[in-house]
Design a protein around this ligand. Structure first.
Ligand code: NDP
Length: 325
């Protein structure tokens, strides 16, 4: 099959994803061409497709992949054709047979991490590592509420927090998903409506609110998450799976007990080469130590990306989704 990439020519639903030929010229100076072997699907891909996070049209999709170096542009040292690499990109490009990347953004893959695992874990795992180390600074014995706990990021959060001794209260959209979170180390796993979540969290936490909430659900869970915190607790709002959080007034934090709020983006925590290398090393160590089990819940051909989006937005998936070009 000829090389191709997926794009949208207008923002909207999964049915608007189209394929177009991908023709390669010479690789620009400082860039590396990566031939993809596995491509990670992330919820942010649906924001790029729908226009919630708009890029100029026609807009490419996908922010993560693993593969091999095919060619390097002028001035690139350290990467040779055949090297195994992965990447997370702030600009969509990975739903494609190959992509060109700045060499300084590539992550060299250890032999212990296969291509599919790399595509399943890089963006989600780096997000988890940077949120725990950079935003939450959470200590053993403290408590955390993790929403969408059987999902891509959620599954990794539950495992990582449990591994460092945090008491995790998980929430997921069904009893089956909650059972997955419990199996990953959560002390409690809830699955009721968001309207009664704060009450259920306090009941599960000895009557107190939790120290930190990790909320990638967004609009639907916003009030429940804030109400689940102890005074001076920390709200980490990192995504919009149910839609973006509507405007709010800072006094909402005051009246709930002087809460802290952060709205992180992983790229701000892996901006320098040193930060990227440190975060990737910490992530690969968690996998090598057997503390992070990366589950791929769905694998599809790249040409079926629309189906992957429908499943993800329909809350039908657990773990990561990988596309094979
Ligand atoms: P997930 O696999 O977690 O899928 C999203 C999950 O959100 C669903 O499975 C579902 O779990 C839950 N959800 C609750 N309400 C809805 C709704 N109305 N529609 C759809 N889903 C809903 O996706 P990812 O792991 O790819 O991403 C998780 C979150 O992390 C996303 O918000 C994403 O944007 C964010 N993210 C943020 C980053 C950052 O830098 N800030 C980087 C990477 C990801 P359930 O049914 O169990 O409730």
């Amino acid at each position: 099959m000829k090389d191709y990439r997926l794009v949208v020519r207008q923002f909207g639903g999964p049915e608007l994803i189209e394929s177009e030929p991908l023709v390669g010229g010479p690789v620009a100076a400082g860039q590396v061409r990566v031939r993809h072997r596995a491509i990670g699907v992330n919820f942010i891909d649906t924001y790029h497709r729908s226009g919630l996070y708009p890029f100029p049209l026609p807009a490419a999709l996908g922010v993560e992949a693993a593969g091999i170096v095919e060619a390097a542009g002028e001035g690139v040292g350290g990467f040779l054709p055949g090297d195994r690499v992965g990447y997370v990109s702030a600009t969509p490009r990975s739903y494609a047979s190959w992509a060109d990347l700045p060499a300084d953004r590539l992550i060299r893959l250890p032999d212990t991490i296969d291509d599919r695992t790399a595509a399943a874990v890089l963006l989600k795992g780096l997000t988890v590592q940077t949120m725990i180390a950079g935003c939450a600074r959470i200590e053993p014995e403290q408590s955390a509420l993790v929403l969408a706990a059987a999902g891509g990021v959620g599954r990794m959060l539950v495992q990582w927090l449990s591994a460092i001794g945090v008491r995790v209260i998980a929430h997921a959209g069904s009893a089956e998903k909650a059972a997955i979170a419990r199996g990953l180390g959560a002390s409690e796993a809830l699955h009721g409506p968001f309207e009664t979540l704060a009450e259920a969290v306090r009941a599960a936490n000895g009557g107190a609110g939790v120290d930190v909430v990790f909320d990638g659900v967004g609009a639907a869970s916003w009030n429940a998450s804030l109400d689940s915190l102890r005074p001076r607790g920390l709200m980490i709002s990192f995504g919009n799976a149910s839609g973006p959080v509507p405007p709010f007034i800072p006094l909402d934090l005051t009246k709930r007990g002087s809460l802290f709020l952060t709205r992180p983006k992983v790229h701000d925590y892996i901006d320098s080469r040193a930060e990227l290398d440190a975060a990737a090393a910490a992530l690969f160590a968690m996998i090598a130590d057997g503390k992070l089990d990366v589950a791929i819940g769905l694998t599809l051909p790249l040409s079926d990306a629309a189906e992957a989006h429908r499943a993800l937005e329909g809350r039908q998936t657990t773990g990561s989704i990988v596309l094979i070009p």
